[in-house]
Design a protein around this ligand. Structure first.
Ligand SMILES: *Cc1c(COP(=O)(O)O)cnc(C)c1O
Length: 389
């Protein structure tokens, strides 16, 4: 046999489309519509000009400078950019509710080639093939892909009527299975979040020796980070990414924040698969991004204000929309199906996301772009809903 039996059982993740046939406005992959900070471009240019010989050498396998910069950014921002204030000298300050009551140290950070890769190693490190882990029925659709890849059984818990997590049922099942928990907070594709206190209550009730993973890909747009809970819970792993709030989907950087012990476990997995997951350019650009949080605070605030404006627009057009703590909105119209809406908008040169998944097929997920992009989407929606009977 040419192909391993393992490969036949793979069900790869299908990302938001990236078509080349036309210049679409891309509101389908939750990318940030703003470019990285000018400091990132400067750092990259200066690296190419003065240190390009380093491209011929292996990068730092442990990304120590990057980890120090990530830890420093989290301490400065509290891990939620949209609520930070920025002084005239460019220094940032977290909102009172976001302040982390201890110092995040670099040994609490593990980073990898996008949080997708980080999640893959986290699954390998903490979930086991003999016990089902618990996750919500609708959440980041890469989790079931990893479960299949590593042959880990999963136990999916339906969302409640209002699309929020069924916390009670998730806890009950995880106590029975003893295989750990993962969910995104805020969740995708719904955009809803649990407060830090709600997650804390879950952690208090959950088994202390089962892993508890919170994916905070979207938390910078207004959720509450669970980083402050790390001093209380040794089984907590927080996953974060540069792809959404740090305008960096192309550089492929994600990380976890957890105890140094759990960080070491994931590092062991990494060193058994790929010693150098982060190339030297991503280390340079990621470090520069973390050193300029004020720029990204500004971007996150803009995204939130455009999002709230667009949410109100959807309501006036008769949509049902879930109130979002993220950079996307999950919505449906009573008179047009998700697939048809997606296609109609695509004909106008705009891509939004439709999931062909039973239970959410009436919905579309709309990434929040710039105000200008959203005005064009409004025009398209006006046209489409105006023609509905
Ligand atoms: C986008 C996203 C990721 C993946 O981020 P990358 O760092 O680009 O791999 C992980 N989790 C959730 C919930 C996401 O939405």
């Amino acid at each position: 046999m040419l192909i391993s039996s393992r490969v036949k059982n793979l069900h790869p993740y299908v990302p938001g489309e990236q078509p080349k046939d036309r210049d679409y406005i891309k509101l389908n992959a939750n990318e940030n519509p703003y470019p990285p900070s000018p400091e990132v471009s400067k750092a990259l240019s200066s690296f190419i000009e003065s240190s390009s010989e380093k491209l011929g050498l292996y990068p730092d396998p442990d990304s120590l400078e990057l980890h120090a910069a990530i830890a420093d950014m989290l301490n400065k921002t509290g891990g939620v950019l949209s609520r930070c204030s920025v002084s005239s000298d460019g220094s940032v300050c977290p909102a009172e509710e976001d302040k982390i009551p201890f110092t995040v140290t670099p040994d609490m950070i593990y980073s990898g080639n996008g949080s997708d890769e980080v999640l893959s190693f986290v699954f390998y490190a903490f979930f086991d093939s003999g016990k089902s882990f618990v996750m919500p029925e609708f959440t980041y659709s890469f989790y079931p892909v990893y479960a299949g890849f590593y042959n880990i059984p999963m136990d999916t818990v339906p969302l409640k009527e209002d699309w929020s997590l069924d916390v009670k049922e998730m806890l009950a099942r995880s106590k029975k299975n003893k295989g750990g928990i993962i969910f995104a907070n805020p969740n995708a594709p719904t955009g809803l979040s649990l407060t830090r206190e709600e997650v804390r209550q879950m952690l208090l009730e959950a088994d202390k020796d089962e892993i508890f993973i919170v994916d905070e890909a979207y938390v910078d747009f207004g959720g509450q980070s669970c980083i402050p809970l790390l001093s209380e819970f040794k089984n907590l792993v927080i996953v974060r990414t540069f792809s959404k709030s740090l305008c960096g989907a192309g550089q492929r950087l994600g990380y976890i924040v957890s105890s140094p012990e759990l960080v070491n476990i994931v590092t062991t997995v990494k060193n058994s698969v790929n010693h150098f997951p982060i190339d030297v350019l991503a280390q340079v650009s990621g470090t520069a991004a973390c050193r300029n949080p004020a720029y990204y605070v500004d971007c996150a605030k803009k995204v939130c204000s455009v999002r709230d404006d667009f949410y109100n627009f959807l309501l006036t057009k008769g949509f049902y929309a879930v109130e979002s703590d993220t950079n996307f909105i999950f919505a449906r119209h009573p008179k047009i199906g998700g697939a048809d809406l997606y296609q109609a908008v695509k004909n106008d040169g705009i891509l939004i996301r439709h999931f062909n998944t039973p239970g959410i097929e009436d919905f579309v997920r709309i990434t929040v772009g710039t105000q200008k992009q959203m005005e064009l989407l409004k025009e398209s929606f006006n046209k489409i809903t105006g023609g509905l009977k």
